[in-house]
Design a protein around this ligand. Sequence first.
Ligand SMILES: C[S@@+](CC[C@H](N)C(=O)[O-])C[C@H]1O[C@@H](n2cnc3c(N)ncnc32)[C@H](O)[C@@H]1O
Length: 396
Amino acid sequence: MGARNKVAELLERASRLREAGRPAQAASMCRKALAADPASVDALCLLGTLLAGTGDLAGAETHLRRAHRLRPDSDVVMINLGTLARLKGDLRGGIEWYERALATGSGNPAVDANLGSAYLNAGRDADAEPHLRRHLAQHPGHFAALCLLGDALRGQQRLDEAAAQYRLALALEPGSIEARHALAACIGEAPESAPASYARQVFDTYAPSYDEHYGAALESNGPRAVREAVQARCAGRRDLRALDLGCGTGLAGAALRPLSARLVGVDVSPGMLAVARRKGLYDELVERDAMAYLAGAAEAFDLVVAQDVFPYLGALAQPLGAARRIAAPGALLVCTLESTQAGDWRLGAGLRYAHSRAHVERAATAAGWDVVAVEDFAFRKEASGWTAGWVVTLGA
Ligand SMILES: C[S@@+](CC[C@H](N)C(=O)[O-])C[C@H]1O[C@@H](n2cnc3c(N)ncnc32)[C@H](O)[C@@H]1O
């Protein structure tokens, strides 16, 4: 068998092993292919992708860069380098690679799909739309791309058009609670609480670039507002039993660490928790839906923080009631919320719930909390301008 045929056969076996969920064996098959032909771009590319999937980003980079040096005009190699950059938290770098892949003029619909999704991640909904449409023109039955196009239209407030895309997606996968939730927001039929699987999906994708994007692009004041509210009442403490609900990557948790003898973080997104784990801030990290955690927790806490988490949960009666159950005598709860002036709460087109002051005060009091403070603040900078929020402090 010629070297080329041998490499092709080994790579075919590697692809089958990858599809069967056996990445280590697939990688070893790629290495055999590279032993037969060290300049095989396909083998370098597949091995790079496999290593990235197992978290070996440095190894992935070595192989993908080599593939790029060998075939500098390959759009497939550029797509893989873009995806690697995103995994490293460099969304801008990822977009640059995808744009270079687009400039090759290959017409590969995968370039459009990746560029569309990256633009969406960067909050560039209008830029994402034409790429997602181009991808869908080639792959009209691609469920994920239909949902992404729905998201791009929803982000531009074109709610009827977005609803049409979610309906197409639901016709393909009627069981998708995430698509159903997004459709509900577009047609004004918001449920009282959001499915936790929606947040998991969103934040797993968002996790690698979260710290950069949340702080820099959104200029979120949430972590700082929580830090100031906690410092105002707990400065000098070292003994707190603190719970960071929806802890994400630990942006709010960092301020709790010096005050806490025990710090627990809970989040539904394994991607966000992986970033938090690397920072070494928490005594315990729990991957669970916040409501399920609160319902089952056996320990009491002196401080519960929920920084930008309730906007993903829904109406406040249940979460505040469940949090009150695990509050030690004299405990504090500090949370940030998106504010609305009308009614109790509403689900915005961005799939975030906003709450009114009256709703916060009523739900907190009914749950047995004393309302210490409900202060307004400039929360996050969205494409349409600053979103207003509340910093809420409750006492047990
Ligand atoms: C905007 S981030 C805020 C993260 C962190 N608190 C901070 O200050 O950066 C929202 C977080 O809430 C988490 N989340 C949303 N819904 C959740 C749920 N039902 N249960 C647990 N975590 C949830 C998300 O996974 C995400 O990490």
